[in-house]
Write a protein that binds this ligand. Structure first.
Ligand code: XIL
Length: 577
């Protein structure tokens, strides 16, 4: 494709001076500098002799444009493009992570199924060995491939489709930085602090956690960008799906722990605690237990179902004893429609509630406590976060009833799957507070806060503020020791509209800095609590609101006062004025 020369030079110099992940695209070749009939060298990855050729020709659809026509007579043979010194080996993939080009397959070539390989020198940076369908013939298609980091010092880019009898055309070969879907957003919180979330959480004696799937990225490889974020930023892990009933007991009596074990090993390599999710739930159950999870479709008796439930709990908790510190024993047992009932809560239909009866919850907790007396036991649900909402009050009534009956229960989990605008921080704090009064923990187990559709930069900022508020509330309440986010990067979330802390490119979002801000503020306020030497005079008095933001003057009402003394100690107190 034609690109004016000045623009091309500007692109090139921007690319070579930027030196960061944000480099402008670098046009490797658009074939306009060649004459029709010129050839481009071909390289065979096995060093085999071949007769394949690559010739500059007129575009089959636009005679004024020059493109490369590749005719292959042997496998693994690719056109070769030299690169400048500044783009050799790792220097290339430090600046660019994506190869894009346009591709055209003539209608005379029947098969669309071809592998594509990209090499830098003789190091392979991309391989598509599944022979995917490369798309329709007779039209130009835009292609983009993500490159792995180069570790050797190759300098020529060699890439193309592999076949021993085909033809294709190429144009506009370009190196670029893969787009993040996040727009430019003014930061809301400080983005200069490189301290990990888990460092601050540990100082507070708390866990900041994350749900991890075993298959969506390389969880066994600590070099993988997502795995590195999991281990580096978080000190608690929960399996996104791998500890659910259908995953752990796909056939009756046959347990499959392999994938869940891989996640436990990831946590152990990084000194993370593991939460177990989940033992008794109506969803994600195997078909031998119930066809739909809601009804007792196979007609088990109450005794049989109690036995199935007990066997599952005992086997799983024995396997993970000492490795999983706490369990969502019962998940989502409450109905979305809470009408006034004498118990104060209405259960949803499930194979358990239907086949055993309402006391399945009590039995599950008792079995779990016997299976691992050291594990903390939770009941977990959604739409239960804000005090005063009917389902939130139903969960409270259920927990209160269990506690009064002496059933082993350590706390409740608030899933917290929200969209921006739904957080009511007063009602959330009030909800956590009433569990404290019952002697129960109340933790945030599956936080994600989706943006509105269509998304805007302002929404990313609001998302950051809401994450900050939730993390702040967690730091305020001793009975809220854990906050877990339901996934690592937005692209892998079970929900649409960017609800998590990291972008698809594993870059921290404003929301990440919101959580970091809340944790950092709380950690710095609670550090250095040693009382000063009596003789040391006050050097500075500062006031903060309950979100940890510094105030320009002492406010009326409740705030935090930090007094710094000449001997370097500081004391933080809550004060009323
Ligand atoms: C979700 C997972 O994130 C998805 O990958 C899966 O397809 C369905 O389940 N409440 C829960 C979680 O307790 O287990 C759910 O996880 C999300 C809602």
């Amino acid at each position: 494709m034609r690109l004016n020369l000045n623009l091309r030079l500007a692109v090139l110099s921007a690319a070579l001076t930027a030196g960061t992940a944000m480099a402008a695209p670098y046009v490797v070749c658009d074939f306009e500098q060649y004459a029709v009939g010129d050839t481009v060298p071909m390289w065979n990855s096995w060093g085999n002799a071949h007769t394949s050729v690559a010739v500059v020709e007129a575009d089959p659809l636009d005679a004024g444009n020059k493109v490369l026509h590749v005719t292959l007579s042997s496998w693994d043979t690719y056109p070769e493009f030299p690169l400048p010194d500044a783009l050799s080996g790792a220097a290339l993939t430090a600046q660019y992570d994506q190869l894009t080009f346009r591709y055209y397959r003539p209608a005379s070539i029947a098969s669309a199924y071809m592998a594509l390989h990209v090499y830098l020198g003789s190091e392979q940076l991309y391989a598509d060995n599944g022979y995917p369908n490369q798309g329709d013939a007779g039209q130009w298609l835009q292609k983009a491939y993500t490159l792995t980091a180069a570790t050797t010092d190759g300098q020529a880019l060699r890439f193309g489709y592999s076949n021993n009898a085909t033809e294709y055309y190429l144009d506009d070969v370009t190196l670029s930085v893969e787009e993040d879907d996040m727009p430019e957003v003014e930061p809301v919180f400080d983005t200069s602090d490189t301290t990990a979330l888990r460092t601050y959480a540990a100082r507070l004696g708390k866990q900041i956690g994350v749900a991890v799937p075993a298959w969506s990225f390389a969880v066994d490889d600590d070099e993988d960008a997502r795995t590195a974020v999991v281990g580096g930023q978080f000190n608690m892990l929960v399996a996104e799906n791998e500890m659910k009933f259908d995953a752990l007991q796909p056939e009756r009596g046959e347990f499959a722990f392999d994938n869940a074990d891989r996640l436990v090993r990831l946590a152990q390599r990084h000194g993370m605690e593991v939460r177990g999710h989940t033992l008794v739930w109506h969803s994600q159950v195997p078909s031998w237990l119930s066809a739909d999870g809601e009804k007792n479709t196979l007609g088990y008796t109450r005794a049989e179902l109690l036995d199935i439930m007990r066997t599952h709990i005992e086997t799983v908790m024995a396997h993970y004893r000492g490795q999983v510190v706490e369990w969502d024993v019962v998940n989502e047992c409450l109905s979305d429609q809470q009408s006034s009932s004498t118990t104060g809560y209405t259960l949803r239909p499930s194979v358990w509630a239907t086949g055993i009866g309402a006391d399945f919850i009590d039995s599950a907790l008792v079995y779990a406590h016997r299976a691992d007396p050291d594990a903390r036991l939770y009941i977990n649900d959604y739409s239960v976060e804000f005090r005063g909402k009917s389902k939130a009050d139903a969960l409270y009534n259920l927990a209160k009833r269990l506690k009064a009956a002496g059933i082993p229960l350590d706390g409740v989990g608030l899933q917290s799957h929200w969209t921006i605008g739904q957080l009511d921080s007063t009602k959330l704090a009030n909800n956590i507070r009433r569990y404290a009064d019952l002697g129960l923990n109340c933790i945030i187990t599956e936080l994600d806060i989706a943006l509105k559709d269509p998304t805007s930069a302002a929404d990313y900022q609001q998302q950051a503020r809401e994450y900050e508020q939730v993390a702040h509330i967690m730091t305020e309440w001793d009975n809220c020791p854990h906050l877990l986010v339901w996934g690592v990067t937005d692209d892998l979330s079970w929900r649409e509209n960017a609800p998590l802390l990291f972008t698809a490119r594993v870059r921290p979002k404003p929301a990440y800095y919101g959580v970091q801000h809340a944790l950092r503020t709380a950690a710095s306020l609670t550090s250095g609590l040693t009382r000063p030497d009596a003789a040391a005079g006050v050097v500075r008095t500062e006031y903060f609101n309950l979100h940890g933001r510094r105030l320009s003057e002492a406010p009326a009402g409740l705030s935090l006062r930090r007094t710094t003394y000449a001997d370097g100690t500081a004391v933080v107190e809550k004060v009323w004025r």
